[in-house]
Ligand binder design. Structure first.
Ligand code: ATP
Ligand code: RIB
Length: 290
């Protein structure tokens, strides 16, 4: 069993479903409200754990009931939370998610996630460096992400960077990551370019671009390959990207080649969109096999 260490965000998602997405200035009556554990980091740690990897979460929550809820949900699926700090005077991160008209819109308030600083990573350095793959996203301070990329590249530890929410990445960050998993929209932002195919060719087997229901494309050194997605009855796509990343990491650390790992991650992500909420729909290995 390979080891995945996630350094990233932990949120509680407040999920509203509605037939209509309210326009600016408008009030609409919705259908359901749910509190669901989320945060891109926690979601990816859960996906990896449910799919058989040893999964460790490094992050921060506030001293509040949301923090307890989020940490308990990680423990419930065997994510190791010994490196999740409880910080005072800052609330646990939250996300307001509207699921309407077959899509979602999300506002994230980072709260305690912005306490995931370089000092915290230094304290948990041995854990981070014990990983077969470190998983990163961009819901913690960018300087922390840069520090971890430096640390891991100096110590030959692989990093899978999910650049969401997207910002333009420096050349050095792109070089130091082993895998980068933007969606199509994020790809343009991280590269700072509108046309991306030639850029993709500069990073063979590294830039793995998710295309929603169309699947995934990446440059394998010879061609730009399209690995199609699986058919799914979509309820909510929130966390599809996170399921993809957690599953990709779980497959890579157990020794799958990149193409097989992408196929496996596509299968897990298709499964996840059939249920409401980021973590609620993530499959176990048994569920995927059935
Ligand atoms: P999100 O931000 O909603 O978590 P994302 O924008 O980061 O997702 P997407 O490209 O939408 O990422 O989806 C990630 C992966 O999830 C896709 O590559 C695909 O494997 C799977 N997926 C997403 N939507 C669907 C769908 N409608 N049917 C089947 N698979 C899907
Ligand atoms: O990727 C989905 C996640 O983004 C949600 O769980 C929400 O918390 C935001 O971080």
């Amino acid at each position: 069993m390979g080891k995945v260490v996630v350094v990233g965000s932990i949120n509680v998602d407040m999920v509203f479903t509605s037939d209509i997405r309210p326009k600016a200035g408008e009030t609409v009556l919705g259908n359901t409200f749910s509190l669901i554990p989320g945060g891109k980091g926690a979601n990816q740690a859960v996906a990896a754990a449910k799919l058989g990897a040893e999964s460790v979460m490094v992050g921060c929550v506030g001293l509040d009931s949301n923090g307890d809820f989020a940490v308990d949900s990680l423990k419930a699926v065997n994510v190791n939370t010994e490196c999740v700090d409880v910080v005072h005077n800052v609330p646990t991160g939250v996300a307001n998610i509207i699921v309407a008209e077959n899509d979602n819109s999300i506002i994230v308030i980072p709260g305690a996630n912005y306490k995931v600083d370089i000092d915290l990573v230094r304290r948990y350095k041995e854990v981070v460096l014990s990983a077969d793959i470190v998983l990163l996203q961009l819901e913690i301070p960018l300087e922390t992400v840069e520090y971890i990329l430096d640390l891991c590249s100096e110590n030959n530890v692989k990093v899978l960077l999910n650049p969401a929410p997207a910002v333009e990445l420096s050349k050095s960050m792109i070089e130091k990551a082993s895998y980068i998993t933007p969606n199509e929209h994020e790809l343009k932002i991280i590269l700072g370019k509108d046309s991306t195919e030639e850029e993709m060719k500069k990073y063979p087997n590294k830039l793995i671009v998710t295309l929603g229901s169309k699947g995934v494309k990446y440059f394998d050194g010879t061609d730009i390959k399209l690995i199609p997605s699986y058919k799914a009855e979509v309820v909510d796509t929130t966390g599809a990207g996170d399921t993809f990343c957690g599953a990709l990491a779980a497959a890579l650390v157990r020794g799958d080649g990149l193409e097989d790992a992408i196929r496996f991650a596509n299968r897990a992500a298709a499964y996840s969109v059939t249920k409401l909420g980021a973590q609620s729909g993530m499959p176990t290995l048994d569920q995927l096999e059935k």
